[in-house]
Write a protein that binds this ligand. Structure first.
Ligand SMILES: [Ca+2]
Ligand SMILES: [Ca+2]
Ligand SMILES: [Ca+2]
Ligand SMILES: [Ca+2]
Length: 195
């Protein structure tokens, strides 16, 4: 019995998520092709859904360097993850009062392939500064879209700038801990048989 619990605990420990934070500080500023992977961290690629206007940008709208989704169009930022994640957060800036209305929101939709898993949104504080975070934690996903939209999610003409893209990667259990779990379960079955 005790062995089974120990093995299960080991399995849980090995499955504990590891977090990655993409802060774009290791990237050169300037245009990036769709499918861009930051030098600051792997595990996610970035794509502009309208045109090819990703720019690593250094200004007050980011924390140091950030990733901007030009132009003033209905672009969304697509994130494709190389493994399933259950948590995602990012800081957003350029929530510029020039080009947004009270009630406009930052939107984040999570996907498993093409299937929508969930969505969250946050009312932007419209101060042009990267001082808000949008976060999701829940069902596993391997893709996400981020954009600035109105209260109903319709994109507004405002360039998105993101920074500190943070997500977890659920590791597959290692064979050693699987073997231990197997041994534990066999032990448990043996105990049950003896009763
Ligand atoms: Ca674009
Ligand atoms: Ca940064
Ligand atoms: Ca701005
Ligand atoms: Ca802000």
């Amino acid at each position: 019995m005790r062995l089974a619990f120990a093995a299960a605990a080991l399995l849980l420990a090995s499955a504990t998520a590891q977090a990655a934070v993409i802060d774009f500080e290791a990237d050169t500023t300037g245009n990036k092709a769709n499918g861009f992977v930051s030098a600051s961290g792997a595990g996610v690629s970035f794509t502009d859904t309208s045109g090819a206007n990703l720019i690593v940008y250094s200004d007050s709208e980011a924390i140091g360097k950030g990733l901007a989704v030009f132009d003033d169009d209905a672009s969304r930022l697509r994130m494709d993850f190389s493994a399933y994640a259950t948590e995602l957060s990012l800081v957003f800036g350029n929530d510029d009062p020039c080009c947004s209305d009270v009630g406009d929101r930052a939107w984040l939709v999570l996907y498993d392939g093409v299937v929508v898993v969930d969505s969250v949104s946050v009312a932007m504080n419209q101060d042009d500064l990267p001082n808000q975070t949008i976060s999701y934690s829940g069902t596993a996903f391997n893709g996400a879209l981020f954009w600035y939209g109105d209260a109903g999610g319709t994109p507004i003409a405002l360039i998105e700038i993101v920074d500190n893209v943070t997500f977890n990667v659920a590791e597959t259990p290692e064979p050693a801990s699987l073997a231990l779990l197997g041994a534990g379960l066999l032990g448990l079955a043996g105990l049950r048989r003896r009763r």
